[in-house]
Design a binder for this molecule. Structure first.
Ligand code: HEM
Length: 332
C-alpha cells in the first residue's frame, strides 16, 4: 500500500517532527509484531509477515516545516512528458507511507494504525495498492512478472551497486543514506495488448515472454546485444523496443525499479483498470530517472498500451537507530 497525505495548513517543523516520532514508533512496533501504542486491535499486530514501513517526504513537507533549503533538488515535480495523462487523484503529496507485507490482514491493520496517527496532522491524498507474485518476488531472488506477462525487474542493481545508484551521499548532509522515490501510476491497456501476437509482444520489449531473455540471448540475465541484426539486416532488438530505449548509452542498471501491479477490475467504462504502480529508487531523480523517462516518452512501442496517470516524488530519509525516529536528521 502506498498512501500519500497532505499536511494541514497549521503544520510546522515541530508538528511534523511530532508526527514522525509517532509514525516511527508505530513502524518499529508493528514490524516486530508488537501492537502500536493505543492499538485497538493488538491481536492483528502479532504476525508481522515481513511487514516493512517506508516514509517519504514530498516537496510540500520541506516548505511546511520551514526547511526548504534542505530539500534534495530532485525532490520536485517531474518535468511534463508528452505521454503523461496525469490525474490529480494519483499525483503529488507531502508525506508518503509505503507499507509492504505478505499478509493482507496484517497489512490492513498496520495501514490503519499509521493512518490514525497521521490524522491530527495530515489528510489523505491518494492510496494505491499493488501486489507481486507470491513466488517470483525480489525477496525470493526470482524476477516478478507484471500483468502484461513480462518478466519485469531483470536489469536492477545488485547489492554492490546500491551505494552508487540508490543511496544519497554528500549534500545535503541530513539525506546521506536516504534515497529518492519516484512513484508513477501507469495504466495498462490490457484489452488491446491481449490481441497482439506473441512475437509482436516480444519485439515491443526486446525480451522473450517465456523467460525474460533478451531476443539476442539464451538466459534472462544475458546482456542484450543491441548491435545484432537479422538476415535482412534489421536490428534483432528493434529501435522502438522498451529495453533499447530505456537503456540508452548505459551498460548496466541506472536505478532500482521495484514496481507493483494493480488491478481494480473492469471500470465503469467497461475497460479493465489495471497497470503498474511503477516505483524507482535512485540517489538523484533528475540525473537518473528523468533521462530514461524522456527517451521512453520520445519512442517506446510499449507507450501504445501504457499511460502514466499519476506521478509523485519523495525523499526517503535515512533509517534511524532504535529509539530514534525517521526524519530526525532533517527535523530534529
Ligand atoms: C507499464 C510500464 C512499464 C512496463 C510494462 C515495463 C516493462 C519492462 C520490462 C518487461 C523490462 C525488461 C526486463 C527488465 O530489465 O526489467 C523493462 C526494463 C526497463 N525499464 Fe521498464 N517498464 C515500464 C515502465 C518503465 C518506466 C516508466 C521506466 C523509467 C522511466 C522504465 C525503465 C526501465 C529500465 C531502466 C529498464 C532496464 C533496461 C535495460 O537496461 O535493459 N520502465 N521494463
Amino acid at each position: 500500500v502506498f498512501a500519500a497525505f497532505d499536511l494541514g495548513p497549521e503544520a510546522d517543523r515541530e508538528s511534523v517532527a511530532r508526527m514522525m516520532r509517532l509514525l516511527s514508533d508505530d513502524a518499529a512496533r508493528l514490524t516486530q509484531g508488537r501492537a502500536a501504542l493505543a492499538d485497538t486491535e493488538p491481536e492483528l499486530a502479532a504476525t508481522p509477515a515481513r511487514l516493512t514501513v517506508t516514509f517519504g517526504f514530498g516537496p510540500g513537507l520541506f516548505e511546511a516545516a520551514g526547511v526548504a533549503a534542505a530539500r534534495p533538488p530532485s525532490v520536485a515535480d517531474l518535468p511534463a512528458f508528452p505521454i503523461d495523462r496525469l490525474q490529480d487523484r494519483w499525483s503529488g503529496g507531502d508525506l508518503l507511507v509505503q507499507v509492504c507485507c505478505d499478509d493482507a490482514v496484517t497489512l490492513a491493520h498496520a495501514v490503519r494504525m499509521l493512518w490514525k496517527d497521521t490524522r491530527a496532522f495530515a489528510a489523505p491524498r491518494w492510496v494505491q495498492r499493488g501486489f507481486l507474485p507470491a513466488r517470483g518476488s525480489h525477496a525470493a531472488g526470482t524476477t516478478p512478472r507484471n500483468l502484461m506477462g513480462q518478466v519485469d525487474g531483470t536489469v536492477n542493481p545488485g547489492s554492490a551497486d546500491l551505494d552508487r545508484l540508490v543511496w544519497a551521499a554528500g549534500d545535503p548532509q541530513w539525506f546521506v543514506g536516504g534515497t529518492v522515490a519516484v512513484v508513477r501510476r501507469i495504466r495498462m491497456d490490457l484489452d488491446t495488448w491481449d490481441v497482439l501476437d506473441r512475437e509482436a509482444r516480444e519485439l515491443a520489449v526486446g525480451r522473450r515472454l517465456s523467460d525474460g531473455a533478451p531476443l539476442t540471448g539464451e538466459a534472462e540475465h544475458d546482456d542484450p546485444d543491441l548491435a545484432a541484426v537479422d538476415a535482412q539486416g534489421l536490428p534483432v532488438i528493434p529501435d522502438f523496443a522498451h529495453i533499447r530505449r530505456a537503456r540508452g548509452a548505459a551498460t548496466g542498471p541506472t536505478m532500482l525499479r521495484r514496481g507493483y501491479s494493480y488491478d481494480e477490475g473492469p471500470g465503469p467504462d467497461g475497460t479493465h483498470d489495471a497497470g503498474l504502480v511503477f516505483v524507482s529508487y535512485q540517489a538523484d531523480a533528475t540525473a537518473q530517472f528523468v533521462p530514461v523517462q524522456r527517451r521512453l516518452a520520445e519512442l517506446d512501442l510499449l507507450n501504445r498500451w501504457t499511460t502514466p496517470i499519476g506521478s509523485a516524488v519523495f525523499a526517503i530519509p535515512p533509517g534511524c537507530e532504535p529509539g530514534g525516529w525517521v526524519g530526525q536528521t532533517l527535523l530534529g
